[in-house]
Design a protein around this ligand. Structure first.
Ligand code: ATP
Ligand code: MG
Length: 533
């Protein structure tokens, strides 16, 4: 019932935004996915199956290929544009780590919409319309959320936003600036270079014994220095391949972040030379390049290793780093004196709370969220790959400008529960609740009055369009109340013989500790007012 309510709100708002509902197949021919190359490129998340004739199919994890195929057959002229199509349907992703029930299942329900436009400007309007529709949807669902800018990968541009429901248990870190309204996900949030220039070298380079201390924290503690004086080394490798995919060479990379900072792999993947993909180096590769085991690696005196320094590291002086000798670190290391200036300087780390916002208008804060929706400008990625075009006003064929827009319908239930619960169970927002009101009659089997009034109130609320449930199981009051608190029905009406004799019912909200006595004649009005509030 909750899924149906969420779907109904999504449907209403998508339709209102001019999107057209359709239904695409769950089982899709591999040929379409081969056209875009995703049949081979996507990992095991894509479930591949064969039919009785041995032909390849996939179970849809998303539907760009099918919708682009529909568009190239149905949309021929600019006069048919813009078009936006959606469906709400089962998706399957063979996730590496399915977990947290509805949050990350392998089979789940997604609303996915796709827009087709004649040019970039029109695609921007479609994007804005979907963004606005998403805000209306999540507002109506009664959730606390934030739209955060997200990475656009190879497509580029700034049109990608994730809708994150705020929850401490969320998988994603959201970076935002309370004063400016800036919000981005961790992959995108930029860590600015330190505002003050690098200080002059003040210490000599000193080889310092650090036996058994292989982490920055241990080394800093041993030497009595702040962690912010240390530099952490991460070793990556890139392989060059020939046309047949055979490895012809390997380059080892040393990425440096300050001891208290964390590497961000998405950011690292944007560094020139790492864009084509990288992996962590093997123990053998590390030994060959550094002559030393991990824990004592550093940038001084290296040959043949490409060094990428985080912006913060590039501005450090007198720093502590591994000496490429077991059980030793250098203190007082300085760029330009003890080792060459870093060849590559880039933002390769996660931002931390308290540092300046990239828009220069305050400091960053971090909170956790659950991604429930994503709006994404695709450009011509799919229309070019599948040669989907329309005739433009000048009579020439042109590839569609596309966008895609997803909402995790089933994940939304999990997110709502994370935001609304207490020790007694779920507290649904009214718009999502499986029932708005539950009637709990006490002693219905013993009292004719209770039985009669319970059915009467039930019929009255139902006739008024209230989504009401009558608990006629004959359970004891305690058991009845506990069940409906667990299920999270927003309003409870208790009817007992004593109250009914005085013409009274008890009305209690799920978040309230006390019930109110309400005259039976006032009950409907009271219920309506409370559901609206
Ligand atoms: P995630 O990073 O959480 O894996 P995604 O980037 O793969 O998400 P999209 O491809 O943008 O997600 O899918 C659209 C929406 O579908 C997501 O915003 C999310 O709400 C939902 N979703 C994605 N994967 C799952 C899953 N395994 N189970 C439930 N919902 C999911
Ligand atoms: Mg995913």
């Amino acid at each position: 019932r909750v899924i149906r309510k969420v779907e109904a709100i999504i449907r209403e708002e998508m339709n209102r935004a001019g999107s057209i509902e359709m239904l695409m197949p769950v089982v899709q021919p591999a040929e379409l996915w081969q056209e875009t190359g995703r049949f081979d490129k996507m990992g095991p998340e894509l479930l591949r199956v064969k039919d009785r004739h041995g032909r390849d199919f996939i179970i849809q994890p998303t539907s760009e290929e099918v919708i682009t195929d529909v568009a190239r057959q149905e949309l021929r002229s600019y006069k048919q544009l813009p078009k936006n199509l959606y469906h709400i349907q089962t998706k399957f992703r063979d996730e590496r780590r399915p977990r947290f029930g509805l949050m990350r299942g392998r089979e789940f329900t997604m609303k996915d919409a796709y827009s087709f436009d004649r040019d970039v400007e029109a695609a921007g309007k479609s994007y804005e319309a979907m963004f606005a529709a998403y805000c209306r949807i999540f507002d109506r669902l009664g959730l606390e959320y934030r739209a955060v800018a997200a990475d656009t990968g190879a497509i580029g541009g700034d049109r990608s936003h994730e809708f994150q429901v705020i929850a401490e248990t969320g998988e994603d870190a959201i970076v935002y600036c309370p004063t400016s309204g800036y919000a981005a996900n961790m992959e995108l949030a930029e860590a600015l270079a330190p505002s003050s220039p690098r200080a002059a070298a003040a210490q000599p380079l000193t080889l310092t014994p650090t036996p058994g201390k292989s982490t920055c924290a241990d080394v800093a503690a041993l030497l009595g220095l702040p962690l912010t004086q240390t530099v952490k080394s991460l070793v990556l490798a890139t392989d060059s391949l020939d046309d047949k995919g055979v490895i012809t060479g390997t380059q080892v990379w040393l990425l440096l972040v300050r001891g208290d900072h964390e590497l961000n792999e998405v950011k690292a993947g944007k560094v020139e030379g790492l864009k084509g993909g990288f992996r962590f180096a093997t123990a053998g590769e590390i030994d060959a390049a550094f002559g030393c085991k991990p824990g004592y690696l550093g940038p001084v005196g290296l040959k043949g290793v490409k060094i990428v320094a985080d912006r913060t590291v590039a501005a450090m002086s007198d720093f502590v780093c591994g000496a490429n000798q077991a059980d030793h670190h250098y203190t007082g290391a300085n760029w330009g004196r003890d080792l060459p200036e870093p060849e590559l300087v880039a933002d390769i780390r996660n931002v931390v709370a308290g540092e300046p916002s990239p828009d220069g208008q305050g400091v960053l804060a971090i909170q956790r969220g659950i991604e429930v929706g994503h709006v994404f400008y695709l450009g011509k990625k799919y229309s070019e790959a599948m040669n989907a075009s329309f005739l433009a006003e000048d009579g020439k064929p042109r590839h569609f400008e596309m966008g895609c827009y997803g909402i995790g319908v089933t994940r939304l239930l999990g997110a709502a529960i994370e935001q609304g619960h207490d020790e007694r169970g779920i507290i649904w927002p009214v718009s999502m609740a499986p029932f708005e009101v539950v009637i709990c009659p006490i002693g219905m089997d013993r009292s004719e009055l209770v039985r009669e009034q319970a059915h009467k109130v039930y019929a009255e609320l139902q006739a008024a369009g209230v989504d009401v449930l009558l608990d006629d199981r004959g359970e004891r009051p305690g058991a009845m109340f506990a069940d409906w608190e667990l299920v999270g029905v927003p309003l409870r009406v208790v009817l007992g013989e004593r109250g009914l004799k005085e013409g009274l019912a008890e009305l209690q909200g799920r978040r309230e500790a006390q019930a109110d006595n309400v005259a039976l004649g006032e009950l409907l009005a009271q219920v309506r007012a409370r559901l609206k509030a």
